[in-house]
Design a protein around this ligand. Sequence first.
Ligand SMILES: Nc1ncnc2c1ncn2[C@@H]1O[C@H](COP(=O)(O)OP(=O)(O)O)[C@@H](O)[C@H]1O
Ligand SMILES: Cc1ncc(COP(=O)(O)O)c(N)n1
Length: 274
Amino acid sequence: MSSVYKALTIAGSDSGGGAGIQADLKTFQELGVYGMSALTAVTVQNTLGVQGVHPIPPETVAAQIASVGEDLKPDALKTGMLFSAEIIEQVAGQVSRFGWNKLVVDPVMIAKGGAELLLEEAVQALRSRLLPLALVVTPNLPEAERLTGMTIAGAEGKREAAKRLHALGTAYVVIKGGHEEGDPERSVDLLYDGSGFTEFAGTRVSTPHTHGTGCTFSAAITAGLATGLEVTEAVGQARAFIQAALEDSLGIGNGHGPTNHWAYRRRQTDGVEL
Ligand SMILES: Nc1ncnc2c1ncn2[C@@H]1O[C@H](COP(=O)(O)OP(=O)(O)O)[C@@H](O)[C@H]1O
Ligand SMILES: Cc1ncc(COP(=O)(O)O)c(N)n1
């Protein structure tokens, strides 16, 4: 049998299936990667919002990662919702212990409806404990502002924030443009590798169904890395994956619905648009 690519997601559960662990595993599967998970929290959630957040004990998070690491050995991994400084501490400890270097950190902080998915006091732990271990970090604009302490205005602001995040020890920084006001035509993600900038631009899709875009995008980068792509190639593939997922929306739920995780592969294999 040809080699099997494996990826691990360390994230929260979204009972509605559009974000978190569920979005990550669906994305891994669609990109040909075997998915594994370590749960950090159970959220009670649907397309209308988050009705409850129940963190998993930090030692149980560590035990799940150790169990997967000792046996199945992921080729790449990502983090999503981490909730507390104690969980971040355990995750950083396990990543260091196994010497994993294809780590994508999606610094999830607040759900689109406003629920807190990372405690205020845990932001510093994310900066000091996890970002130095990450190959790629993928903040949206509000997350980049919180992590850098700066207000980001315009293209120059994004570049400055990317440099500051790189200085925290992450090799590649992707500042996502989904929240950017003022460009009704495009959503531009900016990649910084410590020496140069690359822009990944997609047509801005006018849709309420954007639940889980950040999770899906970072999971697609992780899957790409697991299959051996370079970071720039993996980000390019992830951009195409999320573009298809937004354009071929499923239109389910009464609020901000999920993206369509099937769309990218269906377009590739049989040209079908849902
Ligand atoms: N309306 C949109 N049209 C096209 N791409 C989008 C749109 N909204 C978000 N994206 C893309 O989805 C990904 C996630 O971006 P963003 O929404 O900023 O993250 P988050 O979900 O973490 O808030 C990025 O690649 C971004 O460019
Ligand atoms: C369990 C969980 N993790 C992450 C998100 C963020 O979702 P989004 O990608 O829409 O910002 C979420 N709503 N729920």
